[in-house]
Every structure is written in structure tokens, then in C-alpha cells.
Design a binder for this molecule. Structure first.
Ligand code: ADP
Ligand code: MG
Length: 580
């Protein structure tokens, strides 16, 4: 961030015309967003946001940024006046969040706005005079005066929409508006962990971060959870092309909404539909349906490759190398979730709306505990689903003839769902052979003593017929037997093959599914139906064999349906619960 700002100036009309136009001030949260972005652009390290009455009575944002020189203050509320870009070319090499020069103008028009600012230069020169403030009402300068303050800017917006009754009518209650602002501030707090954020809602502290610069610490401050244990850091990229860094919460932190997915591109929080889809693609099959991970990712791209001038709120962007980035995102997420075991601790996030004054994170016992040996725990958790750990699990016993209890070398306990583990092993085996990863091997066919006749619905019959050659490569020898009937002559050979016979009709229906995912669905069904059931007693040797095979798969922590295979009672969990 630049310490010194460029002088304020009006954008030439041709530049102003080419900037995506539209109303950006829709509700109190949009005012907060614009003011916080201005503070960040001003290099602030400490940003304090205060709201009263859901922001309709008062919004105040104070920062310790470089401030606005006295002789420019009056012009900051003139439309298309900015210190951030000069010409249209700057839009393609943008280093600031703002560039339209419209936010303050729009805000001042629909409220009573007061800006008090002191430029950092006056302080550096040791000048003793106070800072200038100007108040606008309905866009016109109403008053001005002087007040002491250190460098930085305080903008106070009172009576928002007082002169726009149509807009006021659409405002929900203060709780809703507070909720939007809280969510917004959480996003910026994780996007800028080196900045201290404070949010005060009707005189209660709703959010406070220390500005430590450590994203994991910031997340812990925001959610009051021993998050160290549950976060996996990501840092991937290609020199000069892109870098993706941040954290992914393990499966325990998965939530039923997308609220905790935060994506920043070059410091800008964005809604990038194709990237959101890439993210979802990354975790869709690894989490139960409807669950979304806690995710904070910062994408760094050359500014020339990011087009921000798409939408007036600047939350939509276009990327030059979208598919490269999307693939990298998908892979990064998979890498974590495929090996992330479930955890016995329930994780309850604070709701989106402030409950009441929340306690600040004090040096409570647990907090200290986690912090003291955070590094150790992090290493422990990071390896929780690794191949080495699973390969070295020592089976202790079988619970309910369904779950293997196993001890890891570090003394932590793993519970392994035997059916799901086996299902995952068979699924990956079938998939690697079917997709030709291991071309030297093919899925063998086990001929049935007597072919099985099945009857399909009309629309299924035609699809199934088209797919017969593909079924054959899976060991499923099947032929049309006139009309809507089919004869199945063989099934894939291998473990659990005898169990498949009872499910041939169901498998044929999956093979005739009218969906582009039918092949994967068929592999999943085959795996599910051949896998050993719960209720089967396993000898210690059989348990060991199963765990060894599990250690060799790519995604040992999740069954192909997205449910957990492993439940991990970490050492830190035991220490905490037994109070050792
Ligand atoms: P933009 O951010 O697109 O330039 P704004 O209307 O948000 O437009 O702000 C207009 C100008 O006012 C900015 O370009 C900047 O020079 C100045 N400004 C606004 N807020 C601050 C702040 N908190 N600190 C320093 N300068 C600011
Ligand atoms: Mg701005």
C-alpha cells in the first residue's frame, strides 16, 4: 500500500463513462463496505467501525491511514473525483480497491456525512494545527470546523436515506442490517489479518481482531474456537502466474451454508461465479450433501489479468486465466479434504447476528493449551489422514462388528468405519482400472452360473443398450434380450462379487441413468454393494489388511458418498477432555 496518496482530481468524462455505472449504496452494509475499502486503500492498520440503529442512525468508520489533505477535503464528495486512477489504462493495472470516485459522492447525497481528516504529512512536519472537518447534508456542504486528531480519517454518516423514503421502506430491522455488517467485517478481517478491526454495534463489541498478521490467529479471534487444530494451510502457485494461499477448515468445520467461504483476489473480496463453482467441484464429493467448508483463500494474480470493471460494486471480476486458477483451486481443496478425518468435537460457529456482548478471547485454560503447543498440534493434525499414519495404525479391537479401533504411533485413537473404508478402497480400484490409469490390468469378469434377466423401463432400455460396451469393460457382460429385457451374464470379479448378484437390477438402473455422472455413480454403486457390510466380524489380521489397503488410496478419509471413514480422537482432544 502506498503511504502517500496521489492528488485528488476529477476523472476526464471519457474515463468516467467507461467505468461500470450503477447504484452502489443500497443499505448500511454498502456504506460500510465503501468506507472500509477507502480506509484500506489509505494504508490503515487500525479500522474501527461503529453502528447505531442498524446503521440508519449512525455509521462511523475511523482509520489511521494517510488522511486527506485540507485543500482536497471539500472535493472528495464530488462525483468521479479520485486519487486512485488517472486514465483508463490504470484500470488494467489496479492496485487499489476503489477507482470510481463515486462512493463518497453517493453516500453524501443520501445522508448527513461528516468527514474529519488529518493528512499524515502535516503530522510528519510536526505542524501543531487541528484537523479539518466538513459536513455535507443531501450532498451540499452544510458546516465545517476544526478538531484535534492524529493522522487518519473519521467518516460519520448520520440518518442514511433520510431523503430517500422509497429506500428506507425496504430496510429490514436493525438486526438484519447489523448481521450484514458483521459478516462483511469478518470477511475483511480475514482478508487483511495485519489490520486491526473493531466493530461496535450499539455500544457492544461485536468483533475484534488484533491485527497480528496471522490468518489462523485471526480466525480464532473471530470464531473463538481452537482452530489451530482444524485448519490446513494452503500455499500453491506458479511463479509470476498465480499464487493461492490461505486456509481450509477440515471436515469438522463444514457448515450448511456458504457464509464461511471467503475468496479474495488481489485483496478484493469477490463473488466469482466460475471460481465458486471450481471450489464446489473441489469439495462436492468429499463432504456430505449441502455442507460447505470453512475456506479463506487469497488469490494473487498479475493485476493486468483481473478485470474489476465489470460491476459497480466491484465484487465481480473477470480473470484472464480462469481455468488454470479454477483447476488449482479444485486440487488444493481436494488435497486437504480427501485426508481430513472427522473429529469428535462439535463445532458451533457463532451465528451471523450478534447475540449480545460477546466475551473477548481471554487467556482461558484451553486457549493457552492450544496456543502453547500449537505447532505440535498443527503438525499432528496436518498428518492425521496421511498415508504414513494410516499405514502405521495398530488395530486394537472391533466395535459393534462395524468399527475398527486403532492406535496411531503418537497415541491418538482412530475409529474406522469398516464398510466405508472398504467401499473407498474398491471404488478407487475400479476407477483406476476403468479410467485406464493402470492399463496393464482390466476389471475381470466373473461369469454367472445362470444369466440374470432384468426388465428396464422404456427410456432406460435405450440408454442401457448404448452403454453395453462400457459395461463390458467393467466386467459387466450384458446383452439386450428383446424389448425392454436384458440378460446379465457376468459381474466384475473381485472381493464381494457374490454380494452383487442381489443388486443387479439396481446396478442396471444406475447404468441407465440419464446423467453425465452415470459412470461415476455406477462405480460408486458397485463399490458400495461389494464392500463388506457392518456386522461382519473381522480378525485382527483382517483389520490390519483393511487398514493397509486404506493407506494406499487417494482419499482415505471419505467414502465415495462423501461421508467420513475416519474419526480421529487426537492427542490434544484427549489431553483436553481428561484434563491431563
Ligand atoms: P474512490 O475510492 O473510488 O477513489 P471514493 O468516493 O470512495 O472514491 O473516495 C474519493 C477519494 O477520497 C479517494 O480517492 C481518496 O482520495 C479520498 N478518501 C476517501 N476516503 C479516504 C480515507 N479513509 N483516507 C484517505 N483518503 C480517503
Ligand atoms: Mg472508495
Amino acid at each position: 500500500m502506498p503511504i502517500r496518496r496521489a492528488p485528488l482530481h476529477a476523472l476526464p468524462p471519457d474515463v468516467a463513462e467507461r467505468i461500470a455505472a450503477g447504484e452502489v449504496i443500497e443499505r448500511p452494509a454498502s456504506v460500510v463496505k465503501e468506507l472500509v475499502e477507502n480506509a484500506l486503500d489509505a494504508g490503515a492498520r487500525d479500522i474501527r467501525v461503529e453502528l447505531r440503529g442498524g446503521g440508519l442512525h449512525l455509521i462511523r468508520v475511523s482509520d489511521d491511514g494517510y488522511g486527506i489533505p485540507e485543500d482536497e477535503l471539500e472535493r472528495v464528495c464530488v462525483r468521479h473525483t479520485t486519487s486512485k486512477i488517472n486514465g483508463i489504462d490504470d484500470l488494467f493495472d489496479l492496485h487499489s480497491l476503489g477507482f470510481r470516485g463515486e462512493a463518497l459522492a453517493s453516500i453524501a447525497t443520501v445522508s448527513e456525512t461528516t468527514i474529519l481528516s488529518r493528512a499524515i504529512e502535516t503530522e510528519m512536519m510536526g505542524e501543531e494545527h487541528a484537523a479539518l472537518w466538513i459536513m455535507w447534508r443531501g450532498g451540499e456542504v452544510a458546516q465545517r470546523g476544526w478538531r484535534a486528531r492524529p493522522h487518519g480519517t473519521t467518516i460519520t454518516v448520520c440518518d442514511l436515506f433520510y431523503n430517500v423514503p422509497a429506500r428506507l421502506k425496504f430496510m429490514r430491522g436493525a438486526r438484519t442490517e447489523n448481521g450484514h455488517v458483521l459478516q462483511l467485517l469478518r470477511r475483511y478481517a480475514v482478508g487483511y489479518p495485519a489490520v486491526r478491526f473493531n466493530l461496535i454495534l450499539d455500544e457492544h463489541i461485536a468483533l475484534q481482531t488484533s491485527g497480528s498478521g496471522d490468518l489462523a490467529a485471526t480466525l480464532a479471534e473471530l470464531y473463538h474456537l481452537p482452530l489451530n487444530e482444524m485448519l490446513h494451510s494452503i500455499d500453491v502457485g506458479e511463479e509470476g502466474r498465480y499464487r493461492i494461499h490461505g486456509y481450509i477448515g477440515n471436515r469438522v468445520l463444514a457448515q450448511s451454508n456458504r457464509q464461511y467461504i471467503t475468496l479474495f483476489i488481489n485483496g478484493r473480496w469477490v463473488h466469482a461465479r466460475p471460481l465458486q463453482e471450481a471450489l464446489e467441484q473441489g469439495y462436492r464429493t468429499l463432504l456430505p450433501k449441502g455442507k460447505h467448508p470453512l475456506l479463506v483463500l487469497n488469490l494473487e494474480l498479475p493485476p493486468q489479468e483481473v478485470d474489476v470493471n465489470v460491476h459497480p460494486t466491484k465484487t465481480e471480476v473477470r480473470l484472464a486465466q480462469e481455468s488454470t486458477v479454477a483447476t488449482a483451486l479444485t486440487d488444493a481443496i481436494r488435497l486437504v479434504l480427501e485426508r481430513s478425518p472427522a473429529h469428535p468435537q462439535e463445532v458451533q460457529f457463532p451465528g451471523p447476528v450478534l447475540a449480545s456482548q460477546r466475551r473477548l478471547p481471554g487467556p482461558r485454560r484451553r486457549g493457552l493449551h492450544v496456543a502453547e503447543s500449537a505447532e505440535g498440534y498443527r503438525a499432528e493434525i496436518a498428518s492425521a489422514g496421511s498415508a504414513e499414519v494410516i499405514a502405521s495404525l495398530r488395530p486394537l479391537a472391533q466395535l459393534q462388528q462395524a468399527v475398527i479401533l486403532a492406535e496411531a504411533p503418537d497415541g491418538s485413537l482412530y475409529l474406522v468405519d469398516q464398510h466405508r473404508a472398504h467401499e473407498r478402497i474398491i471404488y478407487e480400484h475400479l476407477r483406476s482400472m476403468y479410467t485406464g490409469v493402470q492399463t496393464d490390468e482390466a476389471v475381470g469378469a466373473h461369469m454367472l452360473l445362470e444369466p440374470v434377466l432384468i426388465e428396464m423401463k422404456r427410456h432406460q432400455a435405450d440408454l442401457l443398450e448404448q452403454r453395453l460396451p462400457m459395461l463390458r469393460s467393467l466386467g459387466l457382460e450384458c446383452e439386450r434380450f428383446g424389448g425392454r429385457s436384458f440378460l446379465i451374464r457376468s459381474i466384475p470379479s473381485g472381493e464381494g462379487q457374490e454380494q452383487l448378484v442381489a443388486h443387479l437390477h439396481e446396478l442396471a438402473e444406475t447404468a441407465a441413468e440419464d446423467s453425465i455422472d452415470w459412470e461415476d455413480h455406477l462405480l460408486i454403486s458397485l463399490a458400495c454393494r461389494s464392500a463388506m457390510r457392518r456386522g461382519r466380524e473381522l480378525s485382527n489380521g483382517e483389520q490390519r489388511t483393511l487398514l493397509k489397503a486404506l493407506a494406499n488410496v487417494a482419499a482415505p478419509a471419505v467414502c465415495p458418498h462423501g461421508s467420513p471413514v475416519l474419526l480421529h480422537y487426537s492427542r490434544s482432544f484427549l489431553i483436553e477432555k481428561f484434563d491431563w
